[in-house]
Design a protein around this ligand. Structure first.
Ligand SMILES: NC(=O)c1ccc[n+]([C@@H]2O[C@H](COP(=O)([O-])OP(=O)(O)OC[C@H]3O[C@@H](n4cnc5c(N)ncnc54)[C@H](O)[C@@H]3O)[C@@H](O)[C@H]2O)c1
Length: 319
């Protein structure tokens, strides 16, 4: 198949592009490098530097059997300051691209959605039927794309899967996790462990969780990549899919810190500071639908494997 992978210079997009190529697909890797790095694009992919909202560019790329759409701005905090950027980049540009792809005959579309669509939920685990309540323009932008896709599916214009990732983590030697600025706990903790940062702030230690810190469902990027390949296949049978990608097991911030200290063999300064507005106490996925509809099962997403792989990838990375 010929597959357009947007955001392919980013963390999850590059890992998935690599997997799709290893399965024999021809990959066109599109990224405007607003936050991605060109050297992250897998060798052998046809790299195009450009914006997914550039319809002239998208039309010039020819026809595709499928698109996997990772390209997005990804920081909920930034989206609270500049919501217009998120609606413009994550929603408007996405639908400009979809319109062009549909004109050129694409049939299958896989979208990077997020557990941010759920907002702050009390009952865990969260299944896909839970009413979404995004707490940030970032989460709202993901929900808006999902809703547009649902209409397109219902009206027979496109086959589409919205994959709601929980916390992507881990990494591979070729594609370590690195965002700029980094907002994710494990890579920040690794930075602290090697002395690139002085200390680690943990936001909130008075949540109603067993150890008082927030709980998240970490999912290895290699498992995420696998789910995208399965979703492309599943769309042959199911015209529309909305699926959580998580393990169903939550890890608290304290547990993550302990795992990082253990794996790296280094102790470091951890400071418990106030809660961050908008952070839910817990976010853990119910993943039965991914198992039943995609035939997906997480293979490397226990916390120890995630931190082991993140540390190996971190050490192999150029500074
Ligand atoms: N990392 C997570 O934990 C997580 C969780 C849930 C959902 N997601 C979603 O997964 C996707 C990938 O996340 P990631 O962690 O790999 O982020 P990332 O920042 O590493 O990758 C995103 C890539 O998209 C590119 N990009 C942004 N806007 C673009 C545009 N208009 N045109 C072309 N390229 C553009 C960036 O340059 C970057 O390379 C995003 O859609 C994100 O919202 C990520």
């Amino acid at each position: 198949m010929r597959v357009l992978v947007t955001g392919a210079a980013g963390f999850i997009g590059s890992t998935t592009a690599e997997l799709l190529m290893s399965q024999g697909h021809e990959v066109v890797a599109l990224d405007n490098l607003v936050s991605g790095r060109e050297n992250n694009v897998p060798q052998g992919a046809d790299f195009v530097q450009g914006d997914c909202g550039d319809v002239v560019l998208i039309r010039s790329l020819g026809t595709f059997d499928a698109c996997v759409h990772f390209a997005a701005l990804i920081e909920p905090g930034e989206s609270m300051k500049f919501p217009e950027r998120y609606f413009s980049n994550n929603v408007a540009s996405t639908f400009r691209m979809i319109e062009t792809l549909v004109e050129t005959g694409i049939e299958r579309f896989v979208f990077s959605s997020s557990c941010a669509v759920y907002g702050d939920q009390v009952e865990m685990p969260i299944d896909e039927d839970r009413a979404p309540r995004p707490h940030s323009p970032y989460g709202q932008s993901k929900l808006m794309v999902e809703q547009g896709l649902q209409w397109m599916v219902e009206l027979g214009r496109l086959r589409a899967a919205s994959l709601r990732y929980f916390n992507a983590a881990g990494g591979t030697l070729a594609h370590p996790e690195r965002h700029d600025p980094e907002i994710h706990l494990i890579p920040i903790a690794l930075d602290v462990a090697v002395g690139r940062r002085s200390h680690l702030d943990i936001f909130g230690s008075d949540y109603a969780t067993p150890d008082g810190t927030c709980i998240r469902d970490y999912i290895h990027v290699s498992d995420l990549a696998e789910a995208h390949a399965l979703a492309i296949t599943a769309l042959r049978q199911h015209p529309g899919l909305t699926v959580n990608l998580g393990t169903g097991v939550g890890s608290s911030n304290r547990q993550v810190v302990e795992a990082v200290k253990d794996v790296t063999g280094r102790d470091f300064d951890v400071r418990f500071v106030g809660r961050r507005p908008g952070d839910p106490a817990a976010a853990v996925a119910a993943n039965g639908r991914a198992r039943d509809l995609l035939g997906w099962r997480a293979q490397r997403s226990d916390l120890r494997s995630i931190v082991d792989d993140a540390w190996a990838a971190f050490q192999a990375m150029e500074p």
